[in-house]
Ligand binder design. Sequence first.
Ligand code: ZN
Length: 241
Amino acid sequence: MCITRRNLIKNMALAAMGYAFLSSDLFAKVVTHKVLPGDTLNELAVKYGSNVNDIRRVNRLKDDRIQVGKHLIIPVPDTYQYIERVVKTTQDIRIEPGRWKYIVTHHSAIEQGNAESYGAYHKRRGMENGLAYHFVIGCGLDSGNGQVEIGPRWLKQQDGGHVRTDLYNQIGIGICMVGNFQVRKPTQAQMGALYELVDYLSQVVQTKRVRYAVHKEIDPPGHTVCPGRNFPLAEYHKRLG
Ligand SMILES: [Zn+2]
């Protein structure tokens, strides 16, 4: 496979964020490994479930020799089940470092709908930028179960319109999970997609310490129950902080 200069630059930027760019359409997570005496590329490939060619390419090695003490970047198998499109799309967006300080999770409070229909609804309610959230995660009805839809506000890096307190709209990425979690729990696929998305966004926003919240923790007490009593709030904070 030919590696263009553009791809190499992308590679370096992605590696800094914990990802590797393996080909025009394949991404993988990476780990770093400090080379110990006796390590070989073959053994490292097996150990991490990677492969020698990818390790060589990402580290720009001319042959299989590796130096003890050097830190190698090891691409591990692609684990982007849900957010491949988000990763590809986000690569071409300029994100101002440090601009996004919060990630705020919501439920839609109804079972129907998707990014398009919520966007139309928000427009009708007078939001000129449309869809108030940056992302919508489907439940299998009007979009796929665990499907992550990207809203125009993310593409244009615009403030959200998802909470009442405007400051948090300016610094908070809004993610809406389709469903009424007062009535049911989010699906497993929705939670999987949420964590994958949040992990990824936490890296690309280049904010020292991203804070994780749900809607009711941001707006004044009593304003909302969002994302509903069946949202696994304790697990969310345990997992993310
Ligand atoms: Zn909400």
